[in-house]
Structures are given as C-alpha cells and as structure tokens.
Design a protein around this ligand. Structure first.
Ligand code: NIG
Ligand code: FE
Length: 413
C-alpha cells in the first residue's frame, strides 16, 4: 500500500482511535485538561489540505479519490512544539561532557560557555550553511510528529547575527509544509562586549534590532530571558513595551532558576505565554490565574540539566492553561522529541495521558495563537495529522512507551 503523500485530497479509513475531536478554538484549563474526546473506528477525509469530514466508519461515504487504510491505527493532530531554539551554528557537546564531570548549567555559563558560546559560533557561519543545518534538523523534527513549531533567534546577540538567524527562520517558513512562528530573542544574554554596559545593549535591541526586524517582517513574537545574571524584570518590561509598537507579543523565558518578577511583567504586557516556570511562588500563581497567558513547561530541559520540574499540577489546579514544548537547543535541551516530552510530563510531572496530550496539541497551538488552524480534529482545520505505529493500541500508550518514536506517517497539508 502506498501513501499518496502529495495528494491534498484523501480519505483515511479504519482509524482505530481518532484523537482530540473538538472545535478547539481556545486553550483548555482545569478539569477540561483531563478530557480527551475521541472516536473509535472512524474515517476522516481531507480536501485541499483541510479536514473536510470525519465520523464513525459506518457512516463512511463512497469515495472516488485516494484512500488510505489506517488498519486500526491511531490518527491524531500533529504535535505543536511552541518553544524551540532550533537554529544554531554548532552543538555544545563539550559542555555536555563538562556537565557529566560535575559542572552545573550556571557554572558552565559563567566561564564563557552557554549562550555566549553559541553566539561566538554564530558570528562566522555563512547564512546558507546555517539554513542547511537548520533544514536538516527540521526534517528530523517532522519525523517525530511535530506539525507546527516556534523557533527563536537569540544566538546572534548582534544586529547582523540576529537578522541572519531570523532570515533563516523565514526561509524555513517558506520551504516547509508545517506552521512556523518566529520569535526575536535578542535579549537572551548580554554579549561579552556589553558586559559592563547592559543598558547600551538593551538600547541596541530597542533602537536598532527591533526596527530592522519589523521592517522585513522577520518576527511574530518577542522573548527575553528574564533571570538573574541575564535580564531583570524592569529590563524585560522595557523591552516588551518597546516591542508593542512593532506588533510583537511576548512569549517569555521566566522563572527557570529564580522568581524575579518576570511573570508579573509578562502578564502586564499581555504575554501569549510564559515559559519554563521551574520555580514558582504562590504570588506568581495568583498573578497568572485568571489570565489568558499560557504556562509552557519544558520537562526535557529539566531532565537534561537536572533541575526541578515545573510544578504543573499546581498550575492546573489554579485553572492556568498548560502547554508542553521541547525547548530544543544545543545547551539545555538537545532533543526535539515531543513524544518523549509527553512521557516526561506524565512520569515526572504526574500529568495524566489526557492532560499531557492536550498540553502538546490544542494548548500548544494556543501558545502560538494557531487554534483556528490546528491542534484538534475539526472541520476546516488544517490536516496536520500523524498516524501512529501499530504497537500503540491505545492513546495511553503514547507516554507509556517512553523515548520511542511512535509516529509512523505524517500527513502535513
Ligand atoms: O530555554 N534559558 C535560556 N535559554 C535556553 C537555553 C539556551 C542555551 O543554553 O543555549 C533555555 O533553556
Ligand atoms: Fe528556551
């Protein structure tokens, strides 16, 4: 049986479980996060790359076009990975070895490793080589079932290098069949040159980088690494406010190691999401509760650099919508496997499979403001779908068979 991959019209029959069947126009919170609506023994038809119809097999229509027999396998919306740093010049495997030998992420950063190490490598890499490297990774990412992704700049830390990264992301957008959002993260670290004059670097971000990026429409969102030794809450506030007039909404790195007021500033600036949150105070919870800001947790980062996991259950108890993402990057998270992230959320953060799958599909789509297009099975949404291998007989087995790749086929538009 061969899959007409290039066909935009297709009928998929004999789907064992069709997962996440709901309009899915907004993020889920509280109890809703525990519900995963599904259809057993179903069909689904795709027309012009959009979901046209679906239902139980007994109602399956006569069809003249291409038919794909799912043989009782699971079909579901592709994963959305709403937080990555996929564009980078080189791996940091040397730091990995330092880490094995006992150094912490912070110690490695202090001695010139970390983000500044990636920035050094970004200076000289030709733009085309950076694109080829990134495209190779993105193809791999798709094989693991990711059908929408956010990619940040932030390893440039100069006007030229930040623009280079963002142009590479733009080229990925043009050439790949999945949804891609670009985030400008000039405030990822303070470059060596501005070590004793952070204000001057922030001025550069605001007065030169932001206008240049806006002029060529190179970013959808603004991000800041709000953390001790990086950017304070007040500096974050200044950057987010300046970004507003360029139409860039915030998605912010906050509370990874310390709670320093980032959540408050993010919420006040109407952030689409706050990401990391390994450390949250009661005050932070109160600030987030009742807002539309999505809390994005990145358990693969906690796993790799051995730091606490975001207390996700507390977020859910406080009715805060939670999304899951990889944080794929060369320093803290060299993995783009959303299937593993869903497993970690269950194993380490005690989410149920339903909560974790919701967090990695519909809520993750909400974290990229894409719920009109993707994240659930609904007529008119994009057919960004994944078919799972036959060893996954029930959706609970997606997180259960951890660190495997359950994705057999992707249907991307
Ligand atoms: O999300 N925390 C800040 N940024 C990345 C790590 C970047 C790096 O180490 O290269 C993160 O973990
Ligand atoms: Fe990150």
């Amino acid at each position: 049986m061969s899959l007409p991959i290039n066909s935009t019209n297709l009928l998929i029959t004999n789907i064992g479980q069709l997962l996440q069947v709901r309009p899915g126009k907004k993020s889920l919170r509280g109890k809703e996060m525990g519900e995963l609506p599904l259809l057993k023994n179903a069909y689904l038809s795709i027309k012009d790359g959009l979901i046209d119809d679906f239902g139980p097999m007994k109602n399956c229509p006569e069809y003249k076009g291409d038919i794909y027999d799912a043989q009782q396998k699971i079909l579901m919306p592709a994963w959305t990975d709403s937080h990555t740093h996929l564009v980078f010049a080189a791996s940091r495997a040397d730091e990995f070895v330092d880490k094995i030998n006992g150094l912490t992420y912070e110690q490695i950063a202090k001695r010139g490793g970390g983000i500044l190490n990636s920035a050094k490598k970004m200076v000289d890499i030709p733009e085309d080589e950076l694109y080829q490297k990134s495209a190779k990774l993105l193809k791999e990412v798709m094989q693991y079932g990711t059908g929408a992704i956010e990619i940040k700049s932030g390893y440039g830390l100069s006007l030229d290098a930040e623009l280079k990264m963002l142009r590479v992301i733009k080229r990925l957008k043009q050439n790949f069949p999945i949804s891609i959002k670009a985030t400008f993260l000039g405030a990822h670290a303070v470059p060596e040159k501005y070590k004793n004059n952070k204000k001057e670097y922030i001025d550069l971000i605001i007065n030169e980088m932001l206008p240049a990026i806006a002029k060529d429409n190179l970013a959808d969102y603004i991000d800041v690494f709000c953390e001790k030794n990086y950017f304070t809450a007040a500096e974050t506030d200044r950057i987010l406010k300046a970004s507003q007039k360029f139409g860039l909404k915030p998605k912010v790195h906050v509370n990874q190691f310390n709670s320093i007021g980032g959540i408050d500033v993010a919420v006040k600036n109407k952030a689409v999401s706050v990401d990391h949150l390994e450390v949250i105070t009661e005050e932070d919870l109160k600030t987030l509760a009742g807002t539309d800001t999505i809390a994005t947790t990145l358990p693969a980062c906690s796993f790799f650099i051995d730091i606490p996991y975001t207390p996700v259950k507390k977020l859910i108890e406080n009715n805060i919508p939670v999304a899951l993402a990889t944080d794929f990057n060369p320093g803290s998270t060299p993995s783009f496997n959303m299937n593993f992230v869903v497993s970690l959320a269950c194993i380490k953060q005690k989410l149920t499979p339903e909560q974790a799958i919701n967090a990695a599909t519909i809520n993750a789509a909400a974290a990229l403001e894409l719920t009109n297009e993707i994240g659930s099975i609904h007529k008119g949404k994009k057919a960004q779908l994944i078919l799972l291998k036959s060893y996954i007989e029930d959706y609970k087995e997606i997180p259960y068979f951890f660190a495997t790749n359950p994705v057999e086929k992707t249907f991307f538009n």
